[in-house]
Write a protein that binds this ligand. Structure first.
Ligand SMILES: [Zn+2]
Ligand SMILES: [Zn+2]
Length: 302
């Protein structure tokens, strides 16, 4: 189920008549003194803090990335962080980021990526992260769910990313699954609080969220929070302060309700935002303002 009232979802299909450039942009209705404004008229922009634009199947978008971003903008999504999962595809990530002001990039190797010929080093990450569009290091972290055996290589790789992040003073995008204790331990040992970052696609418990927040981290919610069976995560979202919250799609994966099971896209971060606003009992304006402000400040985007 979804919380979009019918009239509102129809309105959503209409592209906006003017580009919304700033989260503080006054609306034309406001200027003309009209009543009955909706949050969309306010010009607030949502930020998809974690998407893999280079992995989307562009056949679903008339073959063009412009169409992906157009869809997003029609749903009030105006900021995109295109997250790397390996070094090999970094040129594709940067090519997209270079074309669009609103698209930023990260550099990192996902904990489940395996390239037997090459393991990324601190110096390589440092060098790659000097690109002007790169605002973060990651995604990195630990995933004991999808990898088996002796996973010390994952932990070494994670430490490597944190050291590079501290060297270049950029925040870390952390992926953690079935590995919360080791993740927190390494974060602490490597003094990750010097740079902070985001626990992306968060599905862990409250204690983990609190420890991460104490190290300067934001908690990012994906479409998972909209799933019917995600009751524990929904309870957690209620108590995470807006000041510490980010939203994401992780597209092309994890489409939120009502698109669960379909390929995901940045436009759908709208559904995550709306669901969270409802859960927390705040307006979409408020949710959008906070999460976008958090996005811009964490990734130092001016
Ligand atoms: Zn991830
Ligand atoms: Zn991801």
């Amino acid at each position: 189920m979804t919380f979009i009232p019918k009239a509102f979802s129809v309105a959503l299909m209409r592209p906006r008549s003017r580009a919304a450039e700033s989260i503080n942009e006054p609306s034309s209705r406001e200027a003309s003194g009209e009543q009955s404004r909706s949050w969309k008229d306010e010009g607030y922009i949502l930020a998809d803090s974690h998407c893999h634009l280079h992995m989307l199947d562009l056949n679903l978008f008339d073959g063009s990335i412009e169409k992906v971003l157009e869809n997003a903008r029609a749903n009030q999504v105006g900021h995109f962080l295109c997250v790397s999962v390996n070094v090999k595809e970094l040129p594709q990530v940067l090519a997209i980021a270079n074309r669009f002001e609103a698209v930023k990039a990260s550099v990192g190797v996902h904990p489940n990526e395996q390239d037997d010929d090459h393991e990324v080093s601190v110096s390589e990450l440092v060098k790659l992260s000097h690109h002007p569009k790169v605002v973060a290091i990651g995604e990195t972290g630990l995933d004991y769910y999808r990898s088996e055996g002796d996973l010390s290589w994952q932990r070494d790789r994670f430490r490597c990313h944190i050291r590079a992040a501290i060297e270049v003073n950029k925040p870390v995008i952390i992926h953690t699954r079935d590995a919360r204790e080791d993740t927190l331990k390494i974060m602490q040992e490597e003094n990750i609080d010097k740079v902070g970052g985001v626990m992306h696609c968060f599905t862990e418990d409250k204690a983990t969220a609190e420890k991460a927040m104490a190290m300067g981290f934001y908690i990012s919610f994906s479409g998972i929070v909209t799933f019917k069976n995600a009751t524990a995560l929904q309870e957690l979202a209620k108590v995470i302060p807006l000041e510490r919250m980010l939203i994401e799609t992780d597209s092309p994966y994890l489409a939120p309700m009502p698109h669960r099971g379909e390929p995901n896209q940045p436009a759908y971060v709208y559904h995550v935002a709306e669901y969270l606003a409802h859960l927390k009992g705040v307006s979409l304006d408020t949710l959008a303002q906070h999460t976008t402000h958090n996005y811009l400040s964490l990734f130092k985007i001016t």
